[in-house]
Design a protein around this ligand. Sequence first.
Ligand code: ZN
Length: 107
Amino acid sequence: MRVYIKDLRTTCSVPGCSVAVENCQLDHIIPWGEGGPTTPWNIHPLCVFHHIQKTEGRLQCYPLPDGTVLFLVDGIPVFSIPDGPLSKSNKTWGTKFGKYMERRIAA
Ligand SMILES: [Zn+2]
């Protein structure tokens, strides 16, 4: 599950943070101590700085069913959409490349 979660994203899941996922810690979005399950939709990578901010309650985030994480930044909702090799957003690339190759072969 650790490998799967780290392949869903390329960086810390906080929007705008560029710390590589390899240097992040895995965090339960809904804390384990509050009943948050250890399952892919409830776990995301956070860099040490943002992990400490979340643990101290200065960073609020919520899991969404499709793997997106909703962050509240000064009360404003900001969505963090997975962008890694196993994310849904990358499946579009494969589809487009497949269509491109079909057209090339047909031509
Ligand atoms: Zn970060």
